[in-house]
Design a protein around this ligand. Structure first.
Ligand SMILES: [Zn+2]
Length: 412
């Protein structure tokens, strides 16, 4: 059996940069100007955590330097070892001076990616101090944005060193130069920065709760409908930029995820490596066009409204990617209905960009991911979910399918 692979491995950064340069020069589209990927290296493998001190040295952080290690208070394992202790001793034994910075959670124990947390991390940065984010999406977004704001405030200095040590295959944040932060109670995607290096250790990723890997799978499934939204917005003149380079970067994502859904369910290293690569490529896909559109549309605004509903009732939040996966199935169903009735010159193109709900459903079902709102944790009622689907398009300026259906008078 042949195994389908991505067109380029994010673990080979020089090759990825060459590939992107070739895509750009091969395109006649004047709008295809891509933003450079400013990541020095991504390490993906069964035991790459041990290379963390080496990555710091390659980034110019000499042995003996202080390091700020940003973490939340969630206990984490790598196999049977305490991951946070393991990383601290790995760095201390290599000769670095580790300063742990613990981010405190709310009454649910949940850390929020807000500016208060960002400022705490920013205040800990000094010249020659490297920042390491040891966590999943929230810790990553807080740390990366602290490094970004520090760099903005010190224009004369070289860019600070920020290493992303991902502890779960949960979101696309690790490789993205944008951060999702809470501003005035609403989640906003803000310009931020790339990490200097990313450590994607399969031993760590396979030890994270299964729900997190399944959430990551759900988050990258967004590509299957979001690209339709982006194309639609462009066809209707609602957005200036449209490029298919991000699409090419994630080519055959559906085939790859279908092939590996069972091994993702088993938590094998092969399955974790596929989700890691998909998420890392998805983060880069949005960063090169400087907008989240390639992997964020109807399904993401639905998820954001679900977060607002949970917040309103002071409930804990379901995992972002789990909600996105469920909402992707719904958005794919809406596209299927819409395309059955809409015959225009854009029809074939749009049909080629979005996946059938059957494919999305099969990927998520074979991996054991949530499929309907009742599968989410905490449970979301059908009524709340329907409200989010119908009203998600109101919360963001960018045009999505929901806007079109609203103006056409379709009752979704
Ligand atoms: Zn997402």
């Amino acid at each position: 059996m042949t195994t389908t692979t991505f067109p380029i491995d994010p673990g080979d950064m020089p090759a990825l940069k060459r590939w992107l340069a070739a895509q750009e020069s091969g395109s006649e589209n004047i709008h295809s100007h891509l933003h450079p990927v400013e990541i020095d290296e991504i390490l993906i493998g069964p035991d790459v955590l041990r290379q963390l001190p080496g990555a710091l040295q390659r980034a110019g952080i000499d042995l003996g330097s202080p390091l700020v290690l940003v973490m939340d208070e969630t206990p984490m394992l790598r196999g049977r070892d305490d991951l946070k202790l393991l990383v601290q001793s790995l760095l201390n034994n290599a000769g670095y001076h580790v300063r742990p910075l613990w981010l405190a959670g709310d009454h649910h124990g949940l850390v929020h990616a807000d500016f208060e947390q960002v400022q705490r991390v920013q205040a800990a940065i000094t010249p020659q101090t490297a920042l390491i984010a040891l966590g999943s999406g929230t810790v990553t977004d807080i740390t990366k944005h602290a490094a970004y704001l520090y760099d903005l405030a010190h224009p004369g200095q070289a860019r600070s060193v920020y290493i992303c040590c991902q502890t779960a295959n949960s979101v696309t944040a690790f490789s993205a130069n944008m951060a999702v932060l809470l501003k005035d109670g609403v989640k906003r995607t803000l310009p931020s920065r790339y990490p200097t290096a990313i450590i994607s250790d399969l031993g760590v990723l396979a030890s994270a709760p299964k729900a997190m890997t399944l959430a990551g799978l759900g988050d990258c499934c967004a590509r299957f409908v979001a690209y339709g939204d982006w194309y639609l917005a462009s066809a209707l003149g609602m957005v200036d930029l449209y490029s298919e380079v991000p699409l090419a970067l994630l080519d055959k994502l559906d085939v790859i995820l279908l092939e590996h859904a069972a091994s993702i369910a088993e938590r094998s290293y092969a399955g974790e490596a596929v989700v890691a690569r998909a998420l890392l490529l998805a983060g880069i896909a949005q960063s090169i066009v400087n907008m989240s559109a390639p992997i964020s549309g109807t399904e993401h605004v639905t998820s954001h409204v679900l977060d607002m509903i949970a917040d309103h009732y002071r409930r804990g939040l379901a995992l972002h990617g789990a909600q996105v996966g469920v909402a992707t199935i719904t958005a794919a169903q809406l596209y299927q209905r819409f395309l059955a009735h809409w015959h225009s010159l854009h029809h074939p193109k749009l049909a080629s960009l979005v996946c059938s709900p059957h494919v999305v459903h099969t990927i998520l079902a074979q991996a054991g991911a949530p499929l309907v709102c009742q599968d989410l944790q905490p449970v979301i009622t059908q009524q709340e979910y329907d409200f989010a689907v119908q009203n998600g398009h109101f919360i963001r300026k960018r045009f999505v399918l929901g806007d079109l259906l609203y103006f056409l008078g379709w009752n979704v």
